[in-house]
Design a protein around this ligand. Structure first.
Ligand code: DOR
Ligand code: ZN
Length: 345
C-alpha cells in the first residue's frame, strides 16, 4: 500500500500554550487535525468555565484565515474546583474533559491535586453527567523511581479511584508501559487510553545512549524497549480503547537545551507522517484510521470528522527542523530514521 485516505484525524491530547507560542504552533496542528483536546496547563492554569471560554477565543483568534480547527476545551482540576461550574461548562458544550494532574507530576502541575479525597464531589458529578477525566498517571512521591511511576499510579491511585466512582469515564493519558496497556485493555467502556507518536518511536536508550538528547525528554519518560513494543501493538491493533493523543508539547529550544530542560516533544508537524511509517512497519496501515480518527470520537461521544486526509509514500520526507515562533525556535521531533510518507495537499 503506498497511498491511504482516512477520515480527517483528531489529536486527543495537545498543548497549544498561549500568546506568541500559540500563534506559532497552532497552524502545525490545524494543518492535519480537525479537532484537539486542548490541555489546560497554562500559567495560570485554565480552571473555570469562563477561563476556558476565553482561552478558546484566543485559540480561534490565532487561527490563520482559511484553516479550520475545533479546539475541544478542558478544565484543570484543583482542590478548589467548583462542581457546579464544571457541570455548567459541560452543559454549554464548551468543555469536553477535566484534566487531573497530580501536583508536581509535570510542567505547570504545582496547582494540581494533592489529595484526591478533596475532589470526590467534582468527580462524582462528572460521573453523573458523563464528562471524562483525563489523567496524567504518574505518582509523584520521591521514593518511587521515575520509570515506575506510571505502574505504581495504576495500582495505588487509578484502580482504587475507578472502583470508588465506577461510572466515571477516564482517559489514561499518554500511556508508556505494558502495565498501562494491560490495564486499559482490562477496563470496560468507561476507560480509554491515549498513546503519543514519540512513545511509539522512543525507548529510554534513545534519550541517554551516546549523549543526552533533550528533545527526546518528555513526561512520562520513555521506558524500556518491551514497553515501546507493547504500545506499538496496542496502537496498531485497531482496538477501540486506544487512540492518538500526541501530547505535542512545545518549549523553546533555550528551555529544552538547558541544565534543567523542560519535558515535551513537539510532534504536531510530522505526527501523521510518522504514524504512517510506524503502522506500515507493523503491517497495520488499515488500522491507522481507527487510531487517529475513529476511536477517539467514539469515546468522547462525538461524530468523526467530515473531511479526509490522504497519505502517500514517495521520496524521503523533509519537514522544518524548527518552527520559528515569535516566542523563539521550537525543534520539531526528529525520529532518527528516514520517513517516506507525506500528507497530500
Ligand atoms: O512531556 C510533557 N510535556 N509531559 C507533560 O505531561 C506536560 C507537557 C508540557 O506541558 O510541557
Ligand atoms: Zn500533556
Amino acid at each position: 500500500m503506498t497511498r491511504i485516505t482516512i477520515t480527517r484525524p483528531d489529536d486527543w491530547h495537545l498543548h497549544l500554550r498561549d500568546g506568541a507560542m500559540l500563534k506559532g504552533v497552532l497552524p502545525e496542528s490545524a494543518r492535519h487535525f480537525g479537532r484537539a483536546i486542548i490541555m489546560p496547563n497554562l500559567v495560570p492554569p485554565v480552571v473555570t468555565g469562563d477561563q476556558a471560554a476565553a482561552y478558546r477565543d484566543r485559540i480561534l483568534a490565532a487561527l490563520p484565515e482559511g484553516m479550520a480547527f475545533d479546539p475541544l476545551m478542558t478544565l484543570y482540576l484543583t482542590e478548589g474546583t467548583d462542581a457546579e461550574d464544571v457541570a455548567r461548562a459541560h452543559a454549554s458544550g464548551l468543555v469536553k474533559a477535566v484534566k487531573l494532574y497530580p501536583a508536581g507530576a509535570t510542567t505547570n502541575s504545582h496547582g494540581g491535586v494533592r489529595d484526591l479525597d478533596r475532589v470526590t464531589g467534582v468527580l462524582e458529578r462528572m460521573a453523573e453527567i458523563g464528562l471524562p477525566l483525563c489523567v496524567h498517571g504518574e505518582v509523584t512521591t520521591h521514593d518511587v523511581d521515575i520509570f515506575d511511576r506510571e505502574a505504581v499510579f495504576i495500582d495505588t491511585v487509578l484502580d482504587p479511584l475507578r472502583r470508588r466512582i465506577p461510572g466515571l469515564r477516564v482517559v489514561m493519558e499518554h500511556i508508556t508501559t505494558e502495565e498501562g496497556v494491560a490495564y486499559a485493555r482490562a477496563g470496560d467502556e468507561t476507560l480509554g487510553a491515549t498513546i503519543t507518536t514519540h512513545h511509539l518511536i522512543l525507548n529510554r536508550n534513545h534519550i541517554l545512549v551516546g549523549g543526552i538528547k533533550p528533545h527526546y525528554y518528555c513526561l512520562p519518560v520513555a521506558k524500556r524497549e518491551k514497553h515501546r513494543l507493547a504500545l506499538r501493538a496496542a496502537a496498531t491493533s485497531g482496538e477501540g480503547r486506544f487512540f492518538l493523543g500526541t501530547d505535542s508539547a512545545p518549549h523553546v529550544d533555550a528551555l529544552k537545551e538547558h541544565a534543567c530542560g523542560c519535558a515535551g516533544c513537539f510532534t504536531a508537524t510530522n505526527t501523521m507522517q510518522l504514524l504512517a511509517h510506524v503502522f506500515e512497519e507493523e503491517g497495520a496501515l488499515p488500522h491507522l484510521e481507527a487510531f487517529t480518527s475513529l476511536n477517539g470520537p467514539r469515546f468522547y461521544g462525538l461524530p468523526p470528522n467530515a473531511g479526509t486526509l490522504t497519505l502517500y509514500k514517495g521520496e524521503t520526507a523533509v519537514w522544518p527542523a524548527k518552527i520559528l515562533t515569535e516566542a523563539g525556535p521550537v525543534t520539531v521531533f526528529d525520529p532518527g530514521f528516514p520517513v517516506q510518507w507525506h500528507v497530500e495537499g
